[in-house]
Design a protein around this ligand. Sequence first.
Ligand code: AMP
Ligand code: GLY
Length: 423
Amino acid sequence: MNILILGSGGREHTFAWKIAQSSKCDNLFVAPGNSGTAQVATNVNIGVTDFPSIKKLVLDKRIDMVVVGPEDPLVQGVHDFFLNDESIKHVSVIGPQQKAAELEGSKEFAKEFLFRHNIPTAAYQSFTKDSVEQGYAFLETLKAPYVLKADGLAAGKGVVILNDLNEAKAELKSMLVDAKFGQASTKVVIEEFLDGIELSCFVLTDGKNYKILPTAKDYKRIGEGDTGLNTGGMGAVSPVPFATEDFLTKIEDRIVRPTIEGFKMDNLPYVGFVFIGLIKVGDDPKVIEYNVRMGDPETEVVFPRVKNDLVEVLEAMANGTLDEINIEIDERAATTIMLVSGGYPEAYEKGKEITGVDAIEGSIPFHAGAILKEGKTVTSGGRVMAITSYGNTYQEAIKKSYQNIEKLHFDKMNYRKDIGFDL
Ligand code: AMP
Ligand code: GLY
């Protein structure tokens, strides 16, 4: 098979690394890719939402399957684009159709879905510019902290949590009236605050059947001890030590199964990955959000633990035969530490040479914001490289990653030194 992966992060390098190991894959392409994907696939310089160029590439290279990494192309309807075009409708697309991608594209859509299917989640109400006064009144009925979410995609920045009622009201006004997040905040969801520890659950579905992948926990804040600004993710651990057998059963019974049943009942066409952001409140799981893709950097710890041939699994998803697949999991723990550019998640410099990657032993460097330039690997983004290791315990795996990071260098390199601190 010829396979095309869309994306350019650590998640897509991990997809490429895993797919390249399959004897079923003949030619592997990544658009646009990075310096890591270049080691195992052919990079093609096309953006993930440039559908006409993607179509041309698919026809030129006789691509049989497209694996979509990030949410943007899904929310913009890349799967529907393929289905609606005679010349490419035979190509398998791994990722939900636009109608289903709204689960990530609109917080309100996701909340309505959760309530309709009795899936545990925070209480909420949504507001627009015309109902901003009702929004203030709703905030007054809640206890601090106040959770405000821009309805649409806001590059991971659309959730604001505030302790002060007046600040929360000002933020609501800024989102709705002053369009703080542009189109994304024409609607705002205000939610009850849930207090607990977060984890991520990943589900594969062919639209009828589902398989649950190992759980993972990511570390979103830039600073040690979970302080400072939110990032795309600074590290991850799989499995999650506090996700006991009993807790996992609750997740499957109360959340995963009703979610997949919900897709069927609501006619949401879904072939792809479901990323369920969960929070453990007391002993019970509740849904924080749905994403219609794999997490990053969670992928960098989840896929290394999947022993199956990934292409066989993806084919089963596309063909509706996921029930015939038995997912085999490596018992070892996997952890990853994200190296980031100094300044990230605010302004940072690019083009810094990365050295020491060849000296890494016993860990896997998944490239993220890194590209090849004149024979050198240089930084091209905020999150630069995820160093993944296995271990008999997560502590052992983390230690190995940190040992290898000692060998790596780029100007203003930064990373969190406390991944796993709260487990
Ligand atoms: P999101 O962008 O939806 O992933 O939300 C960002 C982060 O905000 C989540 O990872 C949580 O840490 C936090 N968050 C979102 N909703 C809630 C909630 N209802 N209660 C507490 N924390 C929340
Ligand atoms: N690591 C969180 C995400 O991918 O959204």
